[in-house]
Design a protein around this ligand. Structure first.
Ligand SMILES: Nc1ncnc2c1ncn2[C@@H]1O[C@H](COP(=O)(O)OP(=O)(O)OP(=O)(O)O)[C@@H](O)[C@H]1O
Ligand SMILES: O=P(O)(O)OC[C@H]1O[C@](O)(CO)[C@@H](O)[C@@H]1O
Ligand SMILES: [Mg+2]
Length: 527
């Protein structure tokens, strides 16, 4: 039987620490670093400020004192506190749960009367599953110099036996923000379907991201199973997306006016900062509202998750661009293909697309610095490839090599810096370089960004969207707020929002995956 101790921390150990910050003197950025390894650093203490809105992320604690024999237990206690997921009862201690209206039991099956199929609030998923025996192991993430094994548990997602909202009193709203991403419609669809199964009748879409809360020309879109039945068959978002928007206080005003008490927000770091700010504002106003995020980033740059929806589709779709570049390059005399793929601050799409295609000779990502010119530069290697292979294909992530481009202070409506076009730059520099050395080359440049983003989700993303969408609804009905859903070591979890947005997730240049990519392309260091 589920004990309903949804609160913080009844993890396998330290069950007494429910929602109270332990007084400890451990950790976050203890200052040592190992060659070739990454010591876990907690950047969650950063405070992000935007348009007067603060997404406050937990306070910094002192460094870990490893001479303290209890450092590990203290570290784990602090971890539990940080990964506690906020619950309605934090502000409404008397909120009484009711039996779930989401029924899993089929009559007569299974025969075991004890079985109910719900997730116990105390179920946990292990966040890190590799025990690195040494800080010098590839990709090692160590907490202490000996790389001691420290268990880190996070909350398991899924339907709870007791719920904190009566379905007839729920008005749920869905909002999709940032850039497009394959799978948005799949998640909208699953949320609507699952809400209806709980018995919710009032479900609306907020058009064009947070803008839909403030713009008087935009009105709520009523949603039902009938409306969303086939929307996953096309890409884009039924509700539309945009960047920028109103202040958090204006959005919560509108939510109050319109009686919205469940909000499902899909987006990246920016959107989640907004969702967390809405959650905090609702708590400040003592509103019984559940705000649940669904990470949407085609760049796959949200922390702690195996991957985000749309990423697999993007990698798959990128194959078409890479293959075209390869065929063009291969069919031309001294052909060079350049493909630019998405990834503002992380090169996951470029790295995975290069690995999947096996057609890339040079993969350039923001996390790994490179020179274009000079004896070890990309252009010299291209010359070598032309001489030895007769053609070459380069894949570059959009955020790579920004140091070669003119700095700009231009930002989009959300405050994101507008990047220079590294793909065009590489194309131009390549042409110039080969002209200067008197070697004929035929350079073709492909930027498939918006073709990729507009695709419908592939099968594996379709499944991921389904699970994430359903779990978002279960989280809200379970009484959680200020959380986001994710996949972690193949299991589904809830994270407190601040922990996943403190900074963008990046490719670790010391990881096996990046090394595999280098093995596959055969490229040298360009430094
Ligand atoms: N720090 C913040 N606090 C509150 N709201 C924010 C914050 N940053 C961004 N937003 C809002 O979140 C929405 C989306 O932000 P943004 O355009 O950065 O996309 P994103 O969620 O990061 O997704 P993408 O991966 O497509 O960039 C916008 O309406 C923006 O105003
Ligand atoms: O052109 P837009 O819509 O501002 O979006 C571009 C950005 O969106 C992303 O696809 C992330 O959503 C980035 O890779 C890219 O820089
Ligand atoms: Mg963003």
């Amino acid at each position: 039987m589920d004990s309903i101790s949804h609160s913080a921390t009844a993890a396998p150990k330290f069950t007494s620490l429910l929602r109270t910050k332990p007084s400890l003197h451990c950790h976050r950025s203890h200052g040592f670093s190992f060659p070739n390894s990454r010591v876990l650093r907690f950047r969650s203490s950063r405070i992000r400020k935007r348009s007067g809105v603060f997404a406050k992320i937990r306070k910094q604690s002192p460094a870990i004192d490893f001479s303290d024999p209890d450092w590990k237990i203290k570290y784990q206690m602090d971890f539990q506190w940080r990964f506690n997921i906020p619950h309605i009862t934090d502000i409404f201690p008397d909120a009484a749960p009711i039996p779930s209206t989401f029924c899993l039991k089929m009559s007569g099956y299974p025969s075991d009367e004890e079985w109910h199929g719900y997730i116990n609030n105390n179920d946990r998923v292990l966040l890190k599953v590799i025990h690195f025996s040494s800080p010098t192991s590839a990709g090692a993430e160590c907490i202490d110099p000996d790389c001691t094994w420290v268990e880190q548990w996070v909350h398991r997602a899924g339907p709870r036996e007791k719920i904190y909202f009566k379905p007839e009193e729920v008005k749920a709203a869905i909002v999709t923000c940032g850039g497009l991403c394959p799978g948005l419609n799949d998640v909208i669809r699953q949320i609507v379907i699952t809400l209806e199964i709980y018995g919710v009748k009032k479900i609306v879409g907020i058009p064009f991201c947070y803008r839909g809360f403030s713009d008087n020309d935009l009105s709520e879109m009523p949603l039902s199973r009938k409306v969303v039945q086939n929307i996953h068959l096309s890409g884009g978002s039924l509700l539309g997306v945009s960047r920028g928007g109103p202040s958090v206080s204006d959005m919560v005003d509108r939510m109050e006016e319109n009686g919205i008490n469940m909000l499902f927000v899909f987006g990246g770091n920016g959107t989640h900062a907004g969702a967390n700010a809405i959650h905090n504002e609702c708590r400040k106003r003592r509103l019984k509202v559940a705000v649940v995020g669904v990470p949407k980033t085609i760049d796959n740059d949200i922390l702690l998750m195996d991957k985000t929806f749309g990423f697999d589709t993007a990698v798959e779709e990128a194959q078409r661009a890479i293959n075209s570049a390869y065929i063009e390059a291969h069919s031309a005399y001294h052909g060079i293909g350049v493909v630019k793929l998405m990834g503002r601050s992380s090169g996951f799409i470029a790295m995975h697309a290069a690995l999947a295609s096996g057609q890339i000779d040079i993969c350039l990502i923001p996390e790994v610095p490179f020179h274009l010119h000079g004896p070890h530069g990309v252009l010299r290697h291209l010359k070598y490839l032309i001489e030895t292979k007769g053609s070459a294909v380069v894949c570059v992530a959009e955020g790579a090599g920004q140091n070669f481009l003119e700095k700009t202070i231009a930002t989009d409506a959300s405050g994101n810096i507008v990047l220079g076009d590294i793909g065009v730059h590489i194309q131009q520099e390549t042409k110039k370089y080969f002209k200067e050395i008197g070697v004929h080359v035929d350079v073709k440049y492909i930027d498939p960004t918006y073709m990729i983003r507009a695709c419908r989700a592939n099968a594996s993303d379709g499944i991921l969207c389904t699970v994430l969408g359903q779990n978002a609804v279960h989280g809200a009905f379970g009484g959680y707020s200020g959380i986001t859903v994710g996949i972690c070591n193949t299991h589904y979890v809830y994270f407190p929002i601040p922990e996943v947005i403190s900074h963008p997730r990046a490719v670790d240049p010391n990881s096996r995956m990046w090394h595999r990519c280098l093995t596959s392309t055969g490229q040298p260091d360009f430094i």
